[in-house]
Design a protein around this ligand. Structure first.
Ligand SMILES: Nc1ncnc2c1ncn2[C@@H]1O[C@H](COP(=O)(O)OP(=O)(O)OP(=O)(O)O)[C@@H](O)[C@H]1O
Length: 874
C-alpha cells in the first residue's frame, strides 16, 4: 500500500503566525521599557525577512516560464505551486512531498516594486538606526539570477539599496560630517587615532583609488585580469558591467526628502569610512586594494583574526574615508570592477563570490575627540553569491565555486538553525552555533550574536524551470523568519559553563558553578576563574557532549544517506523506465519500418515475377506457334522430299559403321597375331640353350609389334576422323533423333574398343616385364657359362641388353603416350572415362563385351577411336 497521503499544502514558517512565548513577551516588555515606542511595532525583535520577486524577462516569457507557480496571497504570504515538470511535483505524485507550499515573510515585494519602494520599506530605517549608533546587517539570499545584485547595487540608473543608503546617509549628515582624517576604524569595532604620516597615507590611498576610478571610467571597454591566486586560475572582471552605465546615482527626490538632523545626537559629528571585500572560494580579497597597474597580478588574500574579546575582524582590510555620496559611489565602482564574475548557464554576469560592503560611522563628540570617547556603528550590506546546483556547472572552476558557495550558504543555514534552536529551547542545553565553519559566517557572526541586528532579503525568480531551487531557497529563509534578535549569544566558555550548570545534563545535582558567578567575568570568557576540579568536570561534560553530538550526527548521516539512496533509487528507476520506454518505442518504430520494407519488397518481387511469368508465357506461346508451324511444314514435306535422302543417308551411315567395324576387327586380329607371336617368343625364351637368339628374335618382334601398334593407332585416328566427317555428313542431311542414337551407339562401341586396347596394352606391359625377367635370367646364365663363344655372346648380349633396355624404355614410355593419345582423342568426355572405370565389371556382363572377348579369341581387329569433334558436339 502507498504512503499515507500528505496534506496538500505545507506551511513552512509557522513561526511568524505563532503567539510569542511568555519569555518572549517579557523580553518585548523589557525592550519596550528600554526603548519607548518599540511595543507599537509588530514583533519588533523578530528578524526581518523580506521577499522580492523579480519580473520575468521577455525572453523567459517566450520560453513559457510563466506557469503561475509563484502566487502572492497577501503582503506576507506566498503560495508556491509545483509546476508539472518539477522534481517537487514528481515527489508529490509519489506521495513523498507536498505540491504546494505556503511561506510567510515580513513583507513581500512583487515584480512591480520599484527600487525606491523597496529601499523605503527595508533599508531606510536601518540607515537611521546606524546613524543612531546601531549595527545593522542586510544580506540577500537566493538562487543565481534571482536579482540579488540588482537589489543591492542596482542597474544603471535604477540604483539599488547600497547607493541609496549612501546617498541617504550623506544627505542626513549634511553639515554634521567630521572633516578630520585622524580617526580611523580598526579591528572589530575599534577606533585608532592617526598621526600626521598615517593621515597622509590614508589621504593618498583615497586619492589613488578615486583616480583609478577616473582612469577606469575613461577606458571603459577594457578588461582587467586578476590572478585569483588559487591554482593559478584567473578571474576576469568585465568592466562593462551594468553599474558602469551610471556615473552618478540617480535618486528620486522624495527618498532624500527627510533630513536626519532631528534624529542625530547633539554635539556629535560623523566620520564615514567604507570597505569592500569579497569571499571567493573561501578566500578573502580586498576589493579596494587596487593598484593602477593593468598587469595581471596575484591578489593578496586577507586573514581573519579575533580581537581580545573574541570578535572576528578582517585583518589589514582597506578602509577609505569618504566625504560624500559620490565619492562613496566611486569607491564602490572600483571595488565592483575587482569582483569575481563569471557567466553561468543562468546568468551571464553572475557573482561568484559573497561581497561585503561595510559603512562604518564614527560618532565623534566635538568636545572630546579622543578615541576612547568615540562610538562606532556599522551598516553592512552583503550580496551573497547565488546558490546553484553543482551538476549544472560544466566547467571545473565553476563547479568548485558552486561547491564553495553552497558550503558557505549551508553553514549560514546551520548557524541560523542553531540560533533558532537555542532561542526556542531555552530549557535545553544550547547548541554550538557553527560560525567558525565558514568565512562568511565568521565575518557576520557579530550581527547574529547580539552586537547588531540582521535582515534578510530573499530574492526569487518566478521561472518554472528553477522552481525546485527556488523552493529550497525559500525553505532556507523560512528558518530565518523564526529567528528573534536575542541578547548576546553565549561564547564558547559561556556555553561550557551552561553545560556545567545543567544538573540533568551532567548527572551532578550539585552544580560546581555557583549562580553568583553567572554575571561575573567568567560569563565574558575568562575561564581561568574556574578551579581545576571544575575544569576537569567541564572536560568530562564536554566529552559527553561530544559523544552525544557524535551520535546525533551519526543518526543524521544515516538518515541523509537513506534519503539519498531512496532518491537515487527513484532516479535510477525513473531512468530505467525511461530507457525501457524509449527502447520499446524504438523497437516498435523499427518493426514498423521493417514491415514497410518487407511489404515493399514483396510488392516489387510480385510485380517482377508476374512480369517475368508473363514474358515466359509469351515466349512459350511464341515457341509453341513456331513448333506448330514447323510440325505443319515437316508433315507436308515428309512424304515428298525427306524420305529418299533419309533412307540413303541411313544407308551411308550403316555402311560407314560396318566399314569401321571391319577395320576395327582387322586391327584387333593383327593385335592378336602379334600377341601370339609374343607368346611364341616367350616360349622360346624359356629354353635356356637358345636364350640369346630368342631374345634377339623377341626384341625384333617387339619392335615390329610396336611399329604395328603405331600403325594401328594412326589407323584408328584416321578412322575417327572419317567417322567424324561421316557423322557431319549425316547430321547435315538428316536431323533427328535416330542419327543421334546411331552415333551414340557407335560412340559406345568405340569406347569399348578403347577399353580393349587398354587391356591389350596392359598385356603388352606384362609381356615386357616378363621379357625383362628372362633377360636377367639369361645374363645370369651367361655369366655361369664361360664356355660359350665370346664373340657371339659378347656382341649379342650387350646389344640385346641394350636393345632390351631401349625396348623396355620405349615400352615404358608407351602407355603414357597411348594414354595421351586417347586423352587427346577424348579430352572432355567423362562418360568414356566412367566407362573405363566401370569397364571391368561391365565387360563381363554386356553383350558387346562378350562379342569382344570372342573376338579376342579370333583374329584381332583394329579398335575404332571416338572422333573428338563428335564427342564435343554431343
Ligand atoms: N526587480 C527587478 N526588476 C528588473 N530587473 C531585474 C530585477 N531583478 C533582477 N533583474 C534583472 O535580472 C538579471 C539578474 O539579476 P542579478 O544579476 O541581480 O541576479 P543575481 O541574483 O545577483 O545573480 P547571481 O547570483 O548569479 O549574481 C539582471 O539582468 C537584472 O537586471
Amino acid at each position: 500500500m502507498g504512503r499515507p497521503r500528505l496534506p496538500e499544502i505545507s506551511v513552512i514558517s509557522p513561526g511568524l503566525d505563532r503567539r510569542p512565548s511568555t519569555t518572549e513577551q517579557l523580553q518585548i516588555l523589557k525592550q519596550s521599557l528600554v526603548r519607548p515606542g518599540i511595543h507599537e511595532q509588530e514583533n519588533p525583535e523578530k528578524v526581518k525577512v523580506y521577499l522580492r520577486i523579480r519580473p520575468l524577462t521577455g525572453n523567459e516569457k517566450d520560453k513559457g516560464e510563466e506557469q503561475g507557480c509563484v502566487l502572492v496571497q497577501d503582503e506576507k504570504s506566498l503560495l508556491l505551486k509545483a509546476p508539472k515538470d518539477s522534481q517537487n511535483m514528481r515527489n508529490a505524485e509519489r506521495g513523498i512531498a507536498h505540491s504546494m507550499h505556503k511561506f510567510s515573510f515580513s513583507k513581500i515585494f512583487g515584480p512591480d516594486t520599484t527600487q525606491q519602494q523597496f529601499y523605503e520599506n527595508t533599508m531606510k530605517t536601518m540607515v537611521k538606526d546606524v546613524l543612531q549608533g546601531e549595527n545593522r546587517l542586510l544580506y540577500t539570499y537566493g538562487v543565481t539570477n534571482s536579482g540579488k545584485t540588482y537589489t543591492v547595487q542596482g542597474n544603471g540608473r535604477e540604483a539599488g539599496l547600497l547607493p541609496r543608503a549612501l546617498a541617504s546617509m550623506f544627505r542626513k549628515l549634511q553639515g554634521r560630517l567630521y572633516s578630520g582624517m585622524d580617526l580611523k576604524p580598526v579591528m572589530y569595532q575599534d577606533i585608532k587615532q592617526l598621526d600626521a604620516l598615517e593621515m597622509k597615507v590614508e589621504e593618498s590611498r583615497r586619492n589613488s583609488l578615486l583616480k583609478e576610478d577616473d582612469s577606469q571610467t575613461s577606458r571603459r571597454d577594457g578588461t582587467t585580469v586578476w590572478d585569483s591566486g588559487i591554482g593559478g586560475l584567473s578571474s576576469t572582471s568585465n568592466m562593462a558591467t551594468h553599474l558602469e552605465d551610471a556615473d552618478t546615482v540617480c535618486l528620486e527626490p522624495d527618498s532624500l526628502s527627510n533630513s536626519g538632523e532631528d534624529e542625530l545626537e547633539d554635539g556629535v559629528q560623523f566620520s564615514i569610512w567604507v570597505s569592500f571585500y569579497e569571499i571567493y572560494n573561501e578566500f578573502l580579497y580586498d576589493l579596494l586594494d587596487a593598484s593602477p597597474s593593468m598587469q595581471p597580478r596575484k591578489r593578496v588574500t586577507l586573514r581573519l583574526s579575533d580581537d581580545k574579546q573574541g570578535n572576528p575582524y578582517v585583518k589589514e582590510l582597506t578602509w577609505i574615508q569618504v566625504r560624500n555620496a559620490e565619492e562613496a559611489w566611486r569607491v564602490l565602482k572600483v571595488g565592483r570592477r575587482n569582483q569575481s564574475f563569471a557567466s553561468t548557464h543562468l546568468n551571464h554576469n553572475s557573482s561568484r563570490s559573497h561581497c561585503i560592503f561595510s559603512i562604518r560611522v564614527l560618532h565623534v563628540h566635538t568636545e572630546n575627540v579622543s578615541a576612547q570617547a568615540m562610538r562606532i556603528s556599522e551598516l553592512t550590506i552583503c550580496d551573497l553569491a547565488g546558490s546553484e546546483r553543482c551538476k549544472e556547472q560544466r566547467n571545473g572552476e565553476r563547479m568548485k565555486e558552486a561547491n564553495n558557495i553552497n558550503t558557505s550558504l549551508l553553514t549560514l543555514g546551520r548557524c541560523i538553525a542553531a540560533l533558532r534552536h537555542n532561542q526556542n529551547n531555552k530549557t535545553r542545553p544550547p547548541q554550538v552555533v557553527p560560525f567558525r565553519d565558514s568565512k562568511l559566517t565568521r565575518v557576520l557572526q557579530g550581527f547574529f550574536c547580539g552586537k547588531g541586528t540582521s535582515s534578510m532579503v530573499v530574492n526569487i525568480n518566478p521561472c518554472a524551470s528553477i522552481y525546485d531551487e527556488t523552493l529550497q531557497a525559500l525553505k532556507f529563509s523560512a528558518i530565518a523568519t523564526q529567528l528573534v534578535h536575542g541578547p548576546s549569544t553565549k561564547t564558547r566558555v559561556a556555553y561550557i559553563l551552561s553545560l556545567l550548570r545543567e544538573p540533568a545534563a551532567n548527572g551532578n545535582e550539585s552544580s560546581l558553578i555557583e549562580e553568583e558567578e553567572e554575571d561575573s567575568d567568567v560569563e565574558d570568557g575568562d575561564i581561568t576563574m574556574l578551579n581545576t576540579e571544575a575544569l576537569l568536570q567541564a572536560i568530562d561534560v564536554l566529552k559527553k557532549e561530544v559523544q552525544r553530538q557524535w551520535e546525533e550526527k551519526e543518526v543524521l548521516e544515516a538518515n541523509v544517506r537513506e534519503q539519498v539512496v531512496t532518491e537515487m533509487t527513484e532516479i535510477i528507476t525513473g531512468m530505467q523506465d525511461g530507457f525501457s520506454e524509449s527502447l520499446e518505442a524504438e523497437r516498435a518504430l523499427l518493426e514498423e519500418r521493417y514491415e514497410d520494407k518487407i511489404n515493399n519488397l514483396q510488392k516489387h518481387l510480385k510485380k517482377f515475377y508476374s512480369q517475368e511469368l508473363m514474358e515466359r508465357d509469351q515466349e512459350i506461346e511464341a515457341l509453341s506457334t513456331a513448333l506448330e508451324k514447323l510440325k505443319a511444314q515437316s508433315s507436308t514435306m515428309s512424304d515428298a522430299v525427306c524420305d529418299p535422302p533419309r533412307r540413303s543417308q541411313r544407308r551411308t551411315v550403316n555402311s560407314e559403321v560396318s566399314r569401321l567395324h571391319s577395320e576395327l576387327e582387322r586391327c584387333q586380329a593383327e593385335l592378336l597375331s602379334k600377341t601370339q607371336e609374343l607368346a611364341k617368343v616367350r616360349a622360346q625364351l624359356e629354353v635356356p640353350g637358345s636364350a640369346g637368339a630368342l631374345t634377339n628374335a623377341a626384341d625384333r618382334k617387339l619392335e615390329e609389334g610396336q611399329r604395328n601398334l603405331r600403325q594401328l593407332r594412326q589407323d584408328l585416328q584416321r578412322l575417327g576422323m572419317d567417322l567424324q566427317s561421316g557423322e557431319r555428313a549425316c547430321c547435315r542431311n538428316t536431323g533427328g533423333e535416330r542419327l543421334r542414337q546411331a552415333l551414340t551407339t557407335a560412340d559406345e562401341t568405340l569406347a569399348k574398343q578403347d577399353q580393349i586396347l587398354v587391356e591389350l596394352q596392359n598385356n603388352l606391359l606384362l609381356v615386357r616385364a616378363d621379357l625383362r625377367r628372362k633377360a636377367e635370367s639369361l645374363s645370369q646364365t651367361q655369366t655361369m657359362r664361360p664356355a660359350l663363344p665370346p664373340s657371339g655372346y659378347a656382341s649379342a648380349t650387350p646389344g640385346s641388353c641394350k636393345k632390351r633396355g631401349c625396348a623396355a624404355a620405349a615400352t615404358e614410355n608407351r602407355p603414357p603416350e597411348k594414354r595421351q593419345f586417347f586423352q587427346n582423342l577424348f579430352p572432355t568426355h567423362t562418360p568414356s572415362r566412367k566407362y573405363n572405370t566401370r569397364g571391368a565389371e561391365e565387360a563381363g556382363t554386356t553383350p558387346y563385351s562378350r562379342i569382344l572377348r570372342s573376338r579376342q579369341q579370333s583374329p584381332p581387329r583394329s579398335p575404332v577411336p571416338t572422333p573428338r569433334g563428335l564427342r564435343g558436339k554431343y
